[in-house]
Design a protein around this ligand. Sequence first.
Ligand SMILES: Nc1nc2c(c(=O)[nH]1)N[C@H]1C(S)=C(S)[C@@H](COP(=O)(O)O)O[C@H]1N2
Ligand SMILES: [Mo]
Length: 204
Amino acid sequence: MSESGLPPGQRYVRGFIVYAALGLPEVDLQRYRLRITGLVERELEYTYEKLMNNLPKINYRSDFHCVTKWSVKDVVWEGVPIKWFAEQAGVKADASWVNFRCLDGYVAPVPLEDALSERAIVALKINGGPIKLENGFPCRAFIPHLYGWKSAKHLSEIEFTDRYGDGFWEVYGYHERGNVWLEERFKGGFGRHVRRSPVVERKV
Ligand SMILES: Nc1nc2c(c(=O)[nH]1)N[C@H]1C(S)=C(S)[C@@H](COP(=O)(O)O)O[C@H]1N2
Ligand SMILES: [Mo]
């Protein structure tokens, strides 16, 4: 599993191809909050102003990979580590999944381990500027080693839970985790070399 260069099956395109499966939401920044909920000691919420100006941020350069096989090279990401929110809220020991919930109703589940990985962030800037509406304003989740559908745009809630549930794309068979290096595009196969055999249910 190489973690540099292009993940298997991907090719570079010039820039982001905008996906808004549920349409672009209207964002009222006066009312907007990012909420931290679920299996936590204390639920928290943050205004956009607070997210932008008062929280610890990291930045790094990383490619972006959509499961439909396009990748964008060398995007500069800046945001607050999800791990930081988890520590502030006090995530309970039985949490094992995170649901990213969005203003447009989009949901993406991610394993807790991936969501708390070092470079997993609530991204507030792309290439040095605030995130444009079509790219997920006010903020979006970003986890470099997961496919783009886990990069939930217009993020409004990070929910910690002990149960997996399908989100917007997982319902259609997309993978629970979506690791780009393991080519976890669809459920039931780790990598492109693994074929799922038809499930045969036997009644006893
Ligand atoms: N809220 C929301 N987030 C979303 C999506 C969406 O339709 N709605 N599409 C996902 C998919 S499949 C991809 S590849 C990326 C695309 O990001 P972009 O629109 O900034 O290119 O956003 C992801 N996050
Ligand atoms: Mo995607």
